[in-house]
Ligand binder design. Structure first.
Ligand SMILES: O=C(O)CCC(=O)C(=O)O
Ligand SMILES: [Fe+2]
Length: 322
């Protein structure tokens, strides 16, 4: 009799602990975490990071702030819209009616956060801007550790600073409306790969819904956080191209099953405008021929913008493989 491994052992995402105060470069602990990060990003394209930098209180405050912001009148939320792709408010999209998102670039810059806050609350909202900023700072700390480890693990030490400086951060809140009485589970967000370098996500504890597609299978793995202090780190297409395929950008989606609203927040590390991404020579040899043409993130983003079906690995290959 064959036993289905799938039902016996549903896959779970790797969990990696970043919470030690001694987690510093050039220590045994750093090397061991780095090896796990590399393996997770090769095999799953993502992992759950335990990181106690953002306290339970801070998360609670952040999601309260997010609720407050999404409760504002539509017109106010729309005032954060900008003509740049992916900035400001997105909502009322017919194919994903439960979804709303709001975000801005440069969350570590107090002026930027204040500007966004004033668009939402013309009289100001100090609690909101303070919480967003502290939260973003913690996520940035984790991002620097993760991307430094990734570069080191591929022997790209000499490019670490250049790579860290080649990204800007975009902070984003999401709200997915809970289901009505008679609605069955619904798509909150279409399956997609992230197009940036790296994404760090955090969701409110009561409502899960994010699912990650396993690399070599059909299974959708539920990305339910195992602890309060965890974040989900996801590799994006830009990192995949930079490392000549060395990390896997996983397909993920959001499915809403319950009546409660789901709130999430995340930091997206985007290639800076004008950056052309090209895998360093160190990533290319006879066994690993160069996979992609020089890659312009803005152009690729536009390519995937209107047609959500283009947000997967095979469309990336069609777009720029050699
Ligand atoms: O809501 C989430 O947890 C995921 C959002 C997401 O995947 C994205 O914005 O790229
Ligand atoms: Fe995503």
């Amino acid at each position: 009799m064959t036993i289905s491994l799938k039902t016996q052992f549903p896959l779970t995402l790797p969990v990696i602990d970043f919470s030690s105060r001694d987690l510093k470069p050039e220590t045994l602990e750093w090397d061991s975490v780095r090896a796990r990060v590399r393996k997770a990003l090769e095999e799953y394209g993502c992992f759950e990071a335990l990181f106690d930098g953002a306290s339970v209180e801070l998360r609670k405050a952040l999601f309260e702030a997010s609720e407050e912001a999404f409760d504002l009148p539509l017109e106010t939320k729309q005032s954060t819209k900008s003509d740049k792709l992916y900035k400001g408010y997105v909502g009322q999209v017919p194919t994903i009616p439960l979804y709303e998102g709001m975000g801005f670039d440069g969350a570590d810059n107090p002026e930027v956060v204040d500007d966004m806050t004033h668009k939402l609350w013309p009289q100001g909202n100090v609690t909101f801007s303070k919480n967003v900023q502290s939260f973003a700072e913690k996520l940035i700390e984790l991002d620097v550790k993760v991307r430094t480890m990734i570069m080191e693990s591929f022997g790209l030490e000499k490019y670490i600073d250049e790579h860290l400086n080649s990204a800007k951060n975009h902070f984003r809140f999401f709200k997915y409306r809970g289901l009505d009485e008679n609605t069955e589970e619904k798509l909150g967000l279409d399956p997609h790969i992230d197009r940036h370098f790296l994404t760090i996500l955090c969701q409110n504890d009561v409502v899960d819904g994010l699912e990650i597609k396993a690399k070599d299978g059909e299974e959708w793995i539920k990305a339910k956080p195992s602890q309060d202090s965890s974040f989900l780190v996801i590799a994006g297409a830009s990192l995949h191209v930079l490392l000549n395929g060395g990390v896997f950008p996983p397909l993920h989606r959001v499915i809403i099953t319950g009546k409660k609203d789901r709130h999430a927040a995340g930091l997206f590390l985007l290639p800076k405008e004008g950056l052309i991404i090209n895998a360093p020579e160190e990533m290319v040899d006879d066994e690993h021929p160069r996979l992609y043409k020089p890659f312009d993130f803005e152009a690729y983003f536009k390519f995937t913008y209107t047609d959500t079906k283009k947000r997967d690995l095979s469309a990336l290959k069609t777009y720029c493989s050699l």
